[in-house]
Design a binder for this molecule. Sequence first.
Ligand code: SF4
Length: 442
Amino acid sequence: MEETKLASAALPDFAEPSRFRAWRAVHLQAPEGLLAKVPSKLRADIHLAAQVFPFRVNDYVLRELIDWNAAPDDPMFRLVFPMPEMLIQEDRSRVAEALAQGDRARLAAVVTEIRARLNPHPAGQLDANAAYLNGQRLEGVQHKYHETVLFFPTQGQTCHSYCTFCFRWPQFVGERAWRMGARTTEGLVRYLRAHPEVSDVLITGGDPMVMRTAQLAAIVRALLDPALAHVRTIRIGTKAISYWPYRFTHDEDADDLLRLIEEVRARGKEIAIMAHICHPRELMPQPARNAVRRLRDAGAIIRAQSPVLRWINDEADVWAELWREEVALGIVPYYMFVERDTGAQHYFALPLARCWEIYRDAIRQVSGLARTARGPSMSAWPGKVEVQGVAEVADKRVFVLRMIQARNPKWVQRPFFAHYDAHAIWLDELRPAFAKRFFFES
Ligand code: SF4
């Protein structure tokens, strides 16, 4: 990375958060404020990367999370600002050339071609996970694991800020054919009535917490239908605790949201907040801590997960601190994921062997209460594959792997082995150690 450092700058005052009820995206072209202090070379680099990767950052992230004295190497800066190295050199040159020519049509064609090569729908999520009812495919509903259904409401398919590593990036780039979304819950409810094995529904995005409470309530209340008694847990995937904690404290309908959580609990169902938290710094600002407290007081269980990412959280001490902080706040550490095989995987991914070392060295530092974190886990086509360790078996150095969750329920908990490979970053780079194929390949 070049030596450029960003000057600190006058920032908006968040002492009165009600002034910021409506979050606003800040764009690189903003003539005033902090981004004007970004050196022009770095600004141009970010502008280049943002042609391909979605970019959005709000005032709260700029003000509360990023350490501007450490940027651009600051992990929170890397979390939201796309870097040109996220593109391979050849693609960088092509985007730069199209930008320099000022030819919008050419630029759009180059960008579309690059994005299509970045594996927009990893692990078969668009087709292999599709839910069908009476032979008809349901838009915005996925059913990969026996007991869990995912629902993508169209109104929740953005986020308060975008993460540079996000595997759901195709939701944000305006390609209609790539986007998953359902306008109503009608298909979801019919599907669930026909699937009594489903105990969990995950409302996901994007970030469903960008929706107004009234919109979210319509979905949640549909799941309280007495005919859906088998749905025991409603999960909501969100990064709002980190990116816009005022969603739970000061937004106009924040209290309504908490009442909704209480209503779900009173009706005998669990409501689980599946929080994306990548770095302990996200939990340090008082507004985030207030948000956690209010959610818990309303009866929600908060579980936290993140991939392990180069540049952002690639040290065991960072994870140990994260898990300790989560437990102190009453959040359950849930997953350490491996960066998925999409988008800028080459930029963020670490070798599986390194992911496992980070997990091992972090888990050793924390008490049993924080050892609820599973991982490092790959959300791959057959299921969630955990790297359990490196061992010598029959004179071979191998990865010990386990299927935590699986497309086929019979595969769950099945251990298996792969040749040790110091460079492999994903399941498809591994070779079976004691068989011709992995058991899920036959
Ligand atoms: S908040 Fe979640 S869905 Fe949104 S950009 Fe970040 S990782 Fe992706």
